[in-house]
Write a protein that binds this ligand. Structure first.
Ligand SMILES: [Ca+2]
Ligand SMILES: [Ca+2]
Ligand SMILES: [Ca+2]
Length: 196
């Protein structure tokens, strides 16, 4: 008579402990790790998620300072461009949003404290290897016949037809009304994810 192999044990196990373990593993793999990625990060209405960050592209126009205040009221700030990838994303995005050539967007970069010293809104200096100025910019232009003696201390970006080598930043008078790009960190919505 053949001794029963592990078959019956295996079946019983398959229906109880092993099954439970497998379910736990499946849960850990699909519900924990997977949901840590972007699929469960949240931005809220009016914001677009990209690379763990939320972006809001305004439709109204206002001064740089007023635009910044609006971003802060929404829990963010004017965008700081931290990488070539982020510049690429924004440059491409604006091509589709801009209605005409001058329909450019404020970003969180200014030299209003000290002429020529470019600082992001978080106080960090502009990284020399991450500059995307258009040709001949920044020029701190004071206008024809010095109409704008204050020069240009705030930065806007965008090139409707697409920028050559991503270069599409221009300094402009901070008082000019423009659209703007706000940025805020995405919030993890892990607890609200349902394991299917
Ligand atoms: Ca950024
Ligand atoms: Ca300036
Ligand atoms: Ca300029």
């Amino acid at each position: 008579m053949r001794r029963p192999q592990g078959g019956e044990e295996g079946k019983r196990c398959g229906q109880s402990i092993c099954c439970a373990i497998i379910h736990v593993l499946i849960y850990l793999i699909f519900c924990s790790d997977l949901f840590k990625d972007e699929t469960c990060l949240k931005c809220g209405a009016g914001w677009e998620l990209h690379g763990g960050t939320c972006y809001n592209f305004s439709t109204g126009k206002s001064s740089w300072t007023e635009s910044r205040r609006s971003c802060r009221d929404l829990g963010g700030d004017l965008v700081k461009i931290d990488s070539r990838e982020e510049q690429m994303f924004l440059e491409e995005k604006l091509r589709g949003l801009m209605e005409e050539a001058e329909d450019k967007f404020w970003i969180g970069l200014t030299d209003s404290e000290l002429e020529g010293r470019w600082l992001w809104v978080d106080g960090s200096p502009l990284n020399e290897s991450l500059k995307f100025w258009c040709n001949n910019e920044p020029d701190n232009w004071k206008g024809i016949n010095n109409q704008n003696p204050a020069g240009e201390d705030c930065v806007r970006m965008g090139e409707r037809g697409g920028a050559s080598d991503l270069k599409c930043w221009l300094d402009k008078s901070c008082d000019d009304p423009h659209k703007s790009i706000c940025e805020k960190t995405a919030v993890s919505g892990q607890t609200s994810c349902v394991c299917g």
